[in-house]
Design a protein. Structure first.
Length: 304
């Protein structure tokens, strides 16, 4: 459910979407393929600021190798953008391995990061393929305030069952239907839960609701710098209810060997720690994805 509304920080919303198209699923306005020695590719992103940053890393790396790039950012939730990707209307899209696999294959039994990545090609079917995953992960995680954790001796998701009541979880409304939502909490940990809809994908509205006591725990993505800045406690997940979410680019048949190499070069250097730092530049300094990506790629020697 990596679908964070771009306006995590209201003042920074325009900056975050500065390089987005006004109509993400409209007709591309890119130059003809002949305008570029590398060809034309469409790079998309979820409606989630961190995902846009990763997409922009791919886009600028490809441009440095001679490809012409059309950006279609902030498209929306997986239910919206995945059909576009499957239809060949998008060529490059940063995804998250575990959630993508569970979305594509409801009967998937993979549990480790390696198993998830091994299962993705078959789940994607014809026309799409995953490239090499980054070591960086950004996954749904259950978080509580430090005071609530201390008062109730909470260290893992399993400990929520000790409260002996229905747990309120702040998160996007689609969490109610995700396998790691209330159904998964009940089957894996015996925790009765209900979702309190807060539609900013773990953003400031979710954190405020958590701190105001409107929910007991909140679904926040693990690479979000606000977890540390708000002194939240992330509950451990010993039964791997949430599958590993490595950043993995999904690409169309138009992505040739040269394009794949440019994208893989980015993911080879993208760690979780660095992703958190990139996200912090967006959240705390309100930098645009274009500015963040250019500085990082330059520091890694990927724009030369």
């Amino acid at each position: 459910m990596k679908t964070r509304i771009a306006a995590l920080v209201a003042a920074g919303a325009l900056a975050l979407t500065a390089c987005s198209s006004s109509n993400p699923l409209g007709s591309p306005s890119a130059p003809a393929p002949s305008a570029s020695a590398g060809g034309t590719l469409i790079v998309g992103s979820q409606q989630y600021y961190s995902n846009e940053i990763i997409a922009e890393l791919y886009a600028q790396s490809l441009e440095a190798k001679g490809f012409t790039i059309t950006r279609q950012y902030q498209i929306g939730q997986r239910e919206v953008y995945l059909p576009e990707l499957q239809a060949g209307k998008i060529d490059v899209f940063p995804e998250y391995s575990g959630n993508l696999l569970q979305y594509l294959d409801k009967k998937a039994t993979a549990s480790t990061g390696e198993e998830v990545l091994a299962a993705l090609p078959a789940a994607l079917g014809q026309g799409l393929r995953p490239l090499t995953a980054a070591s960086a992960t950004d996954q749904d995680s259950y978080n509580v305030t430090a005071d609530f954790a201390k008062a109730n001796s909470l260290t893992s998701i399993a400990d929520l069952a000790k409260l002996n009541r229905t747990i309120k979880v702040c998160g996007n409304s689609e969490l109610a239907k995700r396998p790691y939502g209330p159904t998964g909490l009940k089957s894996a940990y015996g925790v009765d839960a209900e979702v309190v809809p807060v539609e900013d994908s773990g953003g400031p509205l979710t954190i405020k609701a958590l701190e105001d006591g409107k929910c007991d725990t909140a679904d926040i993505y693990s690479a979000d710098p606000s977890i540390a800045s708000n002194n939240l406690t992330t509950l451990s997940d010993p039964k791997s209810l949430v599958l590993p979410q490595n950043v993995v680019p999904i690409v169309s048949a138009k992505v040739n060997e040269a394009a794949a190499a440019a994208i893989d070069a980015v993911d080879a250097k993208l760690s979780t720690e660095e992703l958190v730092q990139l996200n912090a530049l967006s959240v705390t300094k309100q930098q645009s994805s274009a500015v963040i990506a250019k500085a990082w790629l330059t520091s890694k020697g990927l724009l030369g």
